[in-house]
Design a protein around this ligand. Sequence first.
Ligand SMILES: Nc1ncnc2c1ncn2[C@@H]1O[C@H](COP(=O)(O)OP(=O)(O)O)[C@@H](O)[C@H]1O
Ligand SMILES: [Mg+2]
Length: 409
Amino acid sequence: MTARIAYCTDMEKSVLSNNFEKRGWIQVGPDDEWNFYWAGAQTCRSLFSVDSGYRMNDNQMINHFPTHYELTRKDLLVKNIKRYRRELEREGSPLAARDATGRYIHLDFLPTTFMLPADYNLFVEEFRRNPNTTWILKPAGRSQGVGIFLVNKLAQIKKWSRDTKSSFNPALVKDTYVISRYIENPLLIGGKKFDLRMYVLVTSYRPLKAYMYKQGFCRFCTVRYDTSGQELDNMFVHLTNVSIQKHGEEYNSVHGGKWPVRTLRLYLEGTRGKARTDKLFADVTWLVVHSLRAVAPIMASDRHCFECYGYDIIIDDQLKPWMIEVNASPSMTSTTANDRIMKYKLVDDIISIVLPPDGVPNVHWNKIPANDKSGDFELLLDEELYQNSDHSATHRGKNSDRHSAPRWK
Ligand SMILES: Nc1ncnc2c1ncn2[C@@H]1O[C@H](COP(=O)(O)OP(=O)(O)O)[C@@H](O)[C@H]1O
Ligand SMILES: [Mg+2]
């Protein structure tokens, strides 16, 4: 008989509990002996903190890396990618090549971003060089559109910085903000702005092992995009977040608020051609791979951990994808029947990949799942297989050919 798996979760979401129960797992509390914990990022950080005194055993697995914020905090993400580019440049890597204007040719997937208040002077310099641009300010550690606003005049930032300094609310003053160049020319469909949500599963950072989910989706704004800059204050025009737009059939009749990524692909192949569409999706893969490589050396790559990230990507009207942010706990709430089916399958596929063949969490497993275990996930990269590509037959028998040529090479 196979061992009974005990699971624990802080989130009462049916797409999670239905999956656990389908597998015959039993639910236990956080103080009991669990094997598999689907936790909030905060819970995971405190479990790993020195103060908690908690030590995981070899048969325990949890859905976050303790230092995930290196990728998922808006300010740290930018810092890490900037550092990664500088390091590649120092090594003389062709990846870090720049054009005549100083832009990175291959690693320019992040809108120009500065920290506030730390980089205020650098921002002012940049703004003076390009005075007719729009910028978006976001609190570094928040989500769901909270505290975000757009500006296109220096005076607005000066006023904002005066107001927050003199604010009676100390929580506001403490917040670090990022200020990013606003992508003013998003690709519009039916006159509406949208973003692309892609799910990326990392099972190890060193060696790096990552997968991308085939079923991403587009999230549309509810109101038409305004290019005149008149509606800078109307967040329904500019922010595509679920929480802001209240996506759901009852609110949003156009496209039901969401499109599966395959619908986007067909639409783009029809309107822009197959070659440009393929290039766009290859560029999306590229930016995901390099964002992970940027943080891999500094992540705490604990063997008990795996993590499924929600990447937010904006595509501009030139079909260039821009990385907006990475979420550590993408929402498992479902808004429609299709959404529920997709997220249920997402969780099912995650569990299949992260568990060893006998289904019992085990930190000594090499995290190389059999091909038929990855469901709708596609392998993005596996440094262990790649380094050992001559020997990979010993890892996967006849299935190893799938990994011989990583897609991002
Ligand atoms: N640089 C940008 N250019 C254009 N739109 C942006 C930019 N940054 C954010 N947005 C829009 O604002 C939304 C929220 O920003 P995001 O960084 O994802 O913060 P949150 O944590 O609130 O989700 C995004 O989904 C996107 O629609
Ligand atoms: Mg977001």
